[in-house]
Ligand binder design. Structure first.
Ligand SMILES: [Zn+2]
Length: 259
């Protein structure tokens, strides 16, 4: 079953696991499940990392049991554990939430720092295209990166808000590395996280996490714009209509930007 909808200029197509290999546009972003489901404690997805790798080579997300922060770069999938240590994810492991792209940047922007996360987002905001969604890979030299990860959860699962209260915050730097992230419009909040969302990985592929703040000295931002999002929905989950319910927005803000 494939449901389609066009939300303003973003084309969203929902599919089931059995539709995965139906083949689709290489420029579409691919997402497993929704942020709303994750907020509600749906921490066990049906999609393997082998399957996810078939849909994209660059992206972010998490693992079943909310076992750390996931970052995909150059077709390799890594987990940043609760201490921020990185290891490569077994292709048989599964994800309850991830978004990936077959990264094909259409813009390249020099980043001349030092600037903090807000400054970097302002720079990226200055280069908005018509397309509603942007994928970023920013390679650079970072004075510092403040990041977090979360401990593996066990059933019965608590809500994401409660889990994030136990997040572990750490700081790297100075360090060379990459940010992988996305910018989604505010009006897809719930399906996704509105605004910017970055994960970090150091160049040595040893450390990483979900970025809370940073200072970048210099770098290059590669940007891919997209207006197509394919979402694989686990059994029982419907797409519903993305809305701007204040409660969802507040819950996401608490989870994504605290620390
Ligand atoms: Zn994250």
């Amino acid at each position: 079953m494939i449901e389609e909808s066009t939300i303003r200029s973003l084309h969203v197509e929902a599919m089931r696991h059995e539709d995965l290999h139906a083949g689709h546009d290489d420029h579409a972003l691919f997402q497993a499940s929704t942020v709303s489901a994750l907020l509600d404690g749906a921490y066990e997805g049906d999609l393997t990392f082998a399957e996810l790798a078939g849909e994209g080579d660059t992206g972010i997300g998490t693992l079943n049991g909310l076992d750390g922060e996931m970052i995909a770069i150059d077709g390799r999938f890594f987990r940043a554990d609760v201490e921020g240590s990185l290891n490569e994810i077994d292709p048989d492991e599964r994800t309850p939430f991830a978004v990936v792209s077959r990264f094909s940047p259409d813009r390249e922007l020099p980043v001349t720092g030092p600037m903090d996360l807000a400054g970097l987002e302002e720079l990226l905001d200055g280069d908005r295209a018509e397309a509603p969604v942007a994928v970023f890979r920013i390679d650079g030299r970072f004075g510092s990166v403040k990041a977090r990860s979360v401990p593996r959860q066990h059933p019965p699962y608590r809500s994401l808000g409660e889990v994030v209260a136990d997040q572990n915050v750490f700081e790297f730097g100075p360090v060379d590395g990459s940010l992988i992230g996305f910018r989604f419009p505010a009006w897809v909040e719930g399906v996704e996280i509105g605004g910017y969302h970055f994960h970090f990985v150091d160049r040595a592929l040893t450390r990483g996490g979900h970025v809370l703040d940073l200072s970048i000295d210099s770098g290059v931002a590669l940007v891919q714009h997209s207006d197509d999002l394919h979402i694989e929905l686990p059994p029982g989950l419907e797409l519903g209509s993305p809305d701007l319910a204040a409660s969802t927005h507040e819950a996401i803000s608490r989870v994504e930007h605290r620390g």
